[in-house]
Design a protein around this ligand. Sequence first.
Ligand code: WQD
Length: 329
Amino acid sequence: MKVLIIGGAGYIGSHVTKAMALAGHEVTVFDNLSSGLLVNLLPAAAFIAGDIRHADDISAAFSRGFDACVHLAAFKAVGESMVEPEKYSVNNLSGTINILNAASASGCRKIVFSSSAAVFGSPEYVPIDEDHPKNPESYYGFTKLEIERILAWYDSIRGIKFAALRYFNAAGYDPSGDIVGLERNPQNLLPIVMEVAMGWRKELQIFGNDYDTRDGTCLRDYVHVSDLADAHVNALAYLEREGKSLAVNLGSEKGVTVTEMVEAARRVTGRDIPARYTGRRAGDASSLIPTSALARSLIGWNPRLSDVDTLIKSTWDVYRTYRTPTERA
Ligand code: WQD
């Protein structure tokens, strides 16, 4: 299929681009490079520079004719979304509407959408299944949930079939080393742990050790980004085969605490990784663990790389090639 990958130069997008190309699709990346990186653009992909906030940009891209698109272009910082909601409204919400209108006008009837565990809010029970109540606790999470609802309307009115993939904690890097761009100003645990291991940060702050978990630190489901990428390929095949929309949770179903992640990172990297406990971070749930049974049964998804050691080693193998966060050694 001819597939337009919107946000395909970003951290997850570049892994999706690679997986789609390996699966035999003809891929074109559309990205404004606001957080995506030129170094992530894979030779297998054509590139269109453009911005989803500009309806003309995205319409021009779709007018080239695509059978399907993958939409990963979004701001994704939970904390920032509570301070600058306008940014999230314009990019995540209006930008998606621009995409859907352009897809609709051009006859593109399949979309794979990056949704998030953030649609659920604090769990009322774990593991979280797809029917779990959806009460996002951040504006970011609200934008993802709202987009899922808009997708359902475009499905019923325009016949655009969608796969909403709710990622839990994405981590890791392409193990074959084809993708090496580092996220600027990372906010997530593993990149921060890597920055401490590299000596770019003095220490890791562990946000709270009085949670109701086995060691008092938060329990999360870390899922390898290449496993997530495979889910996009499988989801697109499902849309083609079944002609039906779906929304599924994507996690490894292996809960890891912050302390366990740090200890494993010390072992895998051989570095000290100084860490100290600080107070809880506002908005952190104690445990965020999904069941991915639906993804297994509907799209045949089985994560292969989401064990802690592979997550850390594949990330470390990229970080260690850098001298500074922006300069490769
Ligand atoms: C993981 C754990 C922190 C940094 C977020 C979004 C979620 C999804 C994934 C996009 C938590 C702890 C972290 C640090 C720490 N995003 N931590 N010190 O918050 O689980 O999930 O990203 O869709 O919607 O909420 O991910 O990587 O920030 O944190 O102790 O310096 O690591 O408290 O328990 P989170 P994270």
